[in-house]
Design a protein around this ligand. Structure first.
Ligand code: SAM
Length: 280
């Protein structure tokens, strides 16, 4: 991998860089499996279409690039790795990655990193609120998409029948009033018809944010939180909120999985939601 794509190459302290590496390794492994699955599906479609139409020509077996959008990309860690790994696994031009963020600072950093890694041909940086994003997506990814950003990414993917691999964070921000009328809650008909309302969802979400606690001497945070009962409660709350998100996807014809970053102690916000549309 180009050295600039390793978070340890930046100015992060060593322990933080190690945790970021682990988070990215989990996200990139799952996302790349999805990329390979989508690429195989697309090749098959392309072959079938070619056979049915009896098309010839040089482009008959050259599918368009898979469009991957990294929602809330920050300085582009995840999307850049996928652009590089996609080209290694499938060849140049097989994937096109968009790094989307509403903050100019992150976008400026992304642009520098894209250029340094020599990935300008396959990566675009877009500064925009995810709500306004309307470009085609085959796979939506996010690492630590805060609050409703996860729902916006998820909704965009469902609308476009795109696959998704999302790691939500900041569940407490789901009550962000700026988006209250735009993001309905609960997300699924199943939860709604069971009588769960928005206030109950927000109450569950308010228990989902756990932060590593200070050590006894107060000098550092304790990252070995896997057995902490407060973390376990928060994990249940994350799983419930994400369960509603995945139920909404299944209602729209998706196969879904709920997993965790590995090891879970690489981040207290370690829930992972994965979905792929079932071909009709
Ligand atoms: C916790 S950071 C994660 C950054 C990056 N994915 C990473 O793992 O390093 C969340 C990012 O999402 C962006 N963000 C939050 N809400 C957004 C929205 N509605 N539209 C676009 N970007 C958003 C923030 O600006 C921020 O850069």
């Amino acid at each position: 991998m180009p050295p600039g794509l390793d978070p340890a190459a930046g100015d992060l302290k060593q322990a933080r860089a190690t945790r970021k590496r682990l988070q990215l390794f989990s996200m990139a492994s799952v996302s790349m499996r999805m990329v390979l699955h989508l690429a195989a599906q697309r090749r098959k479609c392309n072959r079938d279409r070619t056979n049915n139409n009896n098309e010839g020509g040089a482009n008959a077996n050259a599918p368009a690039p898979l469009q991957i959008t990294d929602f809330g990309a920050g300085s582009g860690h995840l999307g850049l790795i996928l652009a590089w790994a996609g080209a290694v696994a499938l060849g140049d031009g097989a994937v096109a990655v968009t790094l989307l963020d509403r903050k100019g600072f992150g976008c400026d950093q992304s642009e520098r990193r894209v250029a340094d890694a020599g990935l300008a041909g396959s990566v675009a940086v877009v500064e925009m609120d995810a709500l306004e994003y309307a470009s085609p997506v085959d796979l939506g990814v996010s690492l630590h998409s805060c609050g409703v950003l996860t729902d916006i990414a998820h909704h965009t993917c469902l609308e476009q029948r795109a696959a998704f691999v999302l790691c939500p964070c900041c569940y407490g921000q789901l009550n962000d009033m700026a988006y209250a009328g735009r993001v309905a809650r609960p997300r699924s008909d199943g939860w709604r018809s069971a009588g769960v309302d928005r206030e109950q969802c927000l109450l569950i979400a308010s228990g989902a944010d756990f932060s590593p606690q200070p050590s006894k001497d107060g000098k550092r945070a304790v990252w070995d939180f896997g057995d902490d009962s407060n973390y376990m409660l928060a994990k249940r709350a994350m799983q419930a909120i994400d369960g509603d998100r995945l139920a909404a996807a299944r209602e729209r014809g998706y196969a879904t999985l709920q997993r965790s970053l590995h090891p879970v102690t690489c981040s207290p916000k370690n829930n992972l939601i994965i979905g792929a549309p079932i071909p009709r």
